[in-house]
Write a protein that binds this ligand. Sequence first.
Ligand code: CAA
Length: 223
Amino acid sequence: MTASDPFVVKSRSPSGRVLILTLNRPKALNALSDGLFRQLNAYLAEADDDDTVASIVITGGDKVFAAGADIKELGANTFAAAYSRDALSSWQRVAAIRKPIVAGVAGYALGGGCELAMMADLLVCTPTAVFGLPEINLGVIPGAGGTQRLAHLIGKTRTMDMVLNDRKLSGKEAYDFGLASGLTKEGESVVAAATKVAEQLATKGALALQAGKEAVNACEWKR
Ligand code: CAA
């Protein structure tokens, strides 16, 4: 990868109706740097205003989703500086997108990576994907809403085990516990599987999709 490579690669599904956003920092296991998040948010905002986009896939490709916030950037921040500039507020923009988002997760979805995946509306993963919130080992907590989202999805006890004790979930467990909506079949690419789900969404009415998403998120739910 060179300095000019994008942090997020944009492509379309064969029908042209699904925008596929692929996180692209493979050497850093797609760690979520400020620059990557800026690009992701810009593409998502564009897609929300683009009538040719019906649904969106966010994926890290078939090796790794994201190993969390960029620890090297985090290390350069003091808590006071991060808190006063509301450093994680840009992450919440993903959850405010009105079009449906499908996450495609293979490999690690750790820390902020797990939190990003949970901001999607549907989540497809491989059985061997690894979900975790290891922030406790760094002396911090998942700061982008993941504590609440995970508790809603899989319940308090399992969430406590993950947040306080760094318990990891396999993709298979994530599916069994309700964190994932679908699992890839043997040998199937997670990008293809997530795109297939997003293509199904693209056959539905655009307004009904947006209204359905909004209505579900209007329950006592952390968006
Ligand atoms: N930030 C920045 N760089 C990261 C990274 C991260 N979160 N995770 C991995 N990398 C980098 C490594 O530094 C390494 O780079 P170099 O080759 O330049 O040294 C490269 O990615 C490959 O990583 P490893 O050699 O460690 O790969 P591995 O296969 O041995 O281990 C791993 C993989 C278990 C995921 C391990 O990399 C790891 O534990 N990463 C950190 C996970 C983590 O703690 N995530 C939470 C971040 S905090 C957060 O997300 C806060 C929040 O709530 C917003």
